[in-house]
Each structure stands twice: as structure tokens, then as C-alpha cells.
Design a protein around this ligand. Structure first.
Ligand code: URA
Length: 225
């Protein structure tokens, strides 16, 4: 039966069989599984090498990402780049993506203010992340911030308590969460910013140790999700 116009096609129905990342990018560009497609400029799909050992998962694209069509290219992306570099991880060898692939925002004067995507929007978008995981099959997954962490690891997960250590998950052999890089930008002063950055780099260094083959035993089986 053809879907009624008021019933959006589920993202899972758009995911091609045995896709490449390019197939997923093309299919996700048509996604209207939640309302966010109508206010975002475009779908911002993940980016990075399909053979990446590290997958970074953020919340949703921001203003810059929405305009440029690529994840983590705005101010938070610059902080992420600095953190990765300090932890000895090459950004261009990581696959970066988001739990939600359209920018959710509300107008404030001439600015577009970020709004956190709700659980229904996260769930509507989840087939895309699952498809990315199935193609990339990262060895290490790093959830950036509370939205990504609770979306991927459950509502009981607390970034403040559980950050920087591997947790058991079927998503990848090694999974950990850290703060969102935009939280570092919100620091109240230089001391707080420096401490926040140090903590972020320390968490990323835990991921880096595994990428260098010096890490702990994985929780999940190597065959991933
Ligand atoms: N914040 C995110 O969570 N993801 C992006 O791509 C940019 C900012």
C-alpha cells in the first residue's frame, strides 16, 4: 500500500541493501522521516573513510554544518580537531557523523539557535546511523556529548560519571563517551576552558591507545554491530 501523504516514509525503507557510503548519502538526501527535513537546509550525512577504525558520533549538525553539508566543520568541529590532534588521532582517518542528520533550530533575531533533537527525531534517524555502522564497522566508537551518549548507550548513561572509559555495547568492539566539543566553547573562563580541553583530550587518548593497539580487551565481539 502506498504511504499516505501524512505518513512519512521511514528512514529504514530508504536504506538500500548492501549500500556503500555514497549510496547512503544519496538515499539520506531524500529523507523526510521526521519534520526536521523541512527546516534544515539539507541532510548532513557522516563523512570520512569507509575503512575508518574510529567513528565519532555527535548530536546533530550545527548552523555551519547545515549550510556546508558536512559534519563538524563549524566552531565545535574546530575544537574537535584540536582535541583529536592533541590525542594523536588524525581527523581525516576518522568517520564523523551525528545521531540526527538535520539541523534543529529556532529563530532568535537573525540567528538560528540550536535545539536538542527529541527522542522521536533521534529514533526516526537511527536507521542511517545503523547503516553507517554496518558499512564502516569501526573498531572504536566515541559518542560526543550527552545526546549521542544516551541515544546510543541508554538513558541511564551519564557523561559526567561514565566518560572516558570503555563501556559494553554491541555497536563496536570499543565504545566510550566524552563531552561534546561545544561544551568546551561554553566554558566561563580560560582556566575552565583549559581544564575542559584537558579532560576531552584525556578521553580521546583512551580511544587513541586502542587505535594504536595498546588498549584494553574489547567488551564486544570483533564482528561489531
Ligand atoms: N555538533 C554536532 O553534534 N555535530 C556537528 O556536526 C556539529 C556540531
Amino acid at each position: 500500500m502506498a504511504p499516505r501523504p501524512d505518513q512519512p516514509t521511514l528512514a529504514s525503507a530508504l536504506v538500500p541493501e548492501q549500500p556503500t557510503l555514497a549510496d547512503l548519502v544519496a538515499a539520506a538526501a531524500r529523507c523526510q522521516a521526521c519534520e526536521l527535513w523541512s527546516s534544515g537546509t539539507q541532510t548532513v550525512f557522516g563523512a570520512g573513510p569507509p575503512e575508518a577504525e574510529l567513528m565519532l558520533v555527535g548530536e546533530q549538525p550545527g548552523d555551519r554544518e547545515d549550510l556546508e553539508g558536512a559534519p563538524f566543520v563549524g566552531p565545535a568541529g574546530k575544537v574537535l580537531d584540536r582535541g583529536l590532534r592533541a590525542a594523536g588521532i588524525a581527523r581525516d582517518q576518522a568517520y564523523a557523523t551525528n545521531v540526527v542528520k538535520h539541523f534543529k533550530w529556532t529563530p532568535r533575531g537573525k540567528r538560528r539557535l540550536h535545539q536538542t533533537p527529541n527522542a522521536a527525531e533521534q529514533a526516526a534517524c537511527r536507521p542511517w546511523l545503523d547503516a553507517e555502522l554496518a558499512v564502516v564497522r569501526p573498531k572504536v566508537l566515541v559518542a560526543l556529548g550527552a545526546t549521542a551518549a544516551t541515544s546510543l548507550l541508554g538513558r541511564g548513561f551519564r557523561v559526567s560519571r561514565d566518560r572516558g572509559r570503555f563501556v559494553e555495547s554491541s555497536l563496536a568492539p570499543y565504545v566510550l563517551a566524552t563531552v561534546h566539543p561545544s561544551s568546551i566553547l561554553r566554558s566561563r573562563d580560560d582556566d575552565e576552558r583549559r581544564a575542559a580541553m584537558d579532560g576531552f583530550v584525556a578521553d580521546l587518548a583512551v580511544a587513541a591507545s586502542v587505535l594504536r593497539g595498546q588498549g584494553a580487551t574489547p567488551f564486544a565481539a570483533e564482528d561489531g554491530p
